[in-house]
Design a binder for this molecule. Structure first.
Ligand code: AKG
Length: 290
């Protein structure tokens, strides 16, 4: 696999960025760019009012919930002082993450990009690259590789909780969502692998110097919004401070349940779901319908 840092960030293109038309609407230019590129950045998507609720949610999670939660994964790179920690499905036990999902404008703003009549919550995902986790790079992957879902209207809305300079920012292969192919899952922890990975899927390709890679620096409150088929990766954290994000993952009206063999991520499979059927259930609640 091509080393993540093979190309300097200033030799990459820029993720197209938009200031949302209003709190609840990204606007038609942003929606069109999402369809074309498979990734956009919405500047100032979440204001301090909701960012402070998210910070309180994280404090509660770290103090009382993370330990013993089997969704909470801690990866420590060889020789690294700090860890890469990530966790999902926190809304099920954390009232403050629940408040963000059910009471903020996030489902309207992000769901609007999907152009969907119905919007389900798929899962919440907290990613903290603690100071000193320089080696904890995130490998090239497509989110859909991990999901027990079929469909195209699946979006990852990754809200920066810190200012993120370009050398520790996410990178995307622009337009890679359009090929339709879903590749094999790769674990974020190089020392681990998923049980029963789908061998019929190809491993992620090497992205050589020809790939159209885009990136962007972010301010706290900006959000990257990308299609679950868009390839992306990220370097470790070279900063002397936290580099954190809350990602909210939503599913639109073409999404159905995939009775995926082997281990999925998130591991939760909902209640009473059947292959090819709707996903609405207690675990993947319907947030909007019109
Ligand atoms: O934060 C990162 O380094 C990677 C995020 C990512 O790849 C994801 O949320 O799918």
């Amino acid at each position: 696999m091509t080393p993540l840092d093979a190309r300097a960030p200033d030799a990459m293109g820029a993720v197209r960025s938009f200031v949302p038309e209003s709190r609840d609407r990204a606007g038609p230019a942003a929606v069109a760019a999402y369809g074309r590129d498979g990734v956009i950045c919405l500047r100032g998507a979440m204001g301090e009012d909701w960012l402070s609720v998210i910070e309180d949610a994280i404090d509660l999670f770290q103090a009382e919930e993370a330990e013993g939660d089997d969704h909470n994964v801690v990866v420590r790179g060889e020789g690294d002082d700090g860890a890469f920690q990530y966790s999902s499905m926190m809304w099920k036990h954390n009232p403050l993450f629940r408040k963000v999902i059910f009471e903020s404008h996030a489902p309207d703003l992000f769901g609007g990009v999907l152009e969907t009549r119905r919007l389900n919550l798929f899962y919440d995902f907290l990613l903290i690259k603690h100071p000193g986790c320089r080696g904890a790079s995130t490998p090239w992957h497509q989110d859909l590789s991990y999901y027990a879902l079929h469909g195209a209207k699946i979006v990852n809305c990754w809200i920066a909780l810190d200012d993120i300079p370009v050398d520790t920012a996410l990178r995307f292969v622009r337009g890679s969502h359009r090929s339709g192919e879903v590749f094999r899952s790769v674990h974020f922890d190089p020392g681990r692998s998923y049980d029963g990975p789908m061998e019929e899927r190809r491993p992620p390709p090497d992205f050589d110097g020809e790939a159209d890679i885009v990136t962007c620096a972010m301010d706290r409150g900006d959000a990257l919004v990308w299609n679950a088929r868009t390839f992306h990766s990220a370097p470790g954290n070279h900063l002397a401070r936290r580099r954190a994000a809350l990602s909210l993952n939503f599913a639109g009206d073409d999404v159905t349940y995939f009775d995926m063999p082997g281990e999925s991520d998130p591991p939760d499979r909902g209640e009473g779901l059947v292959e090819g059927g709707p996903i609405t259930c207690e675990t993947f609640p319907l947030l909007r319908s019109r």
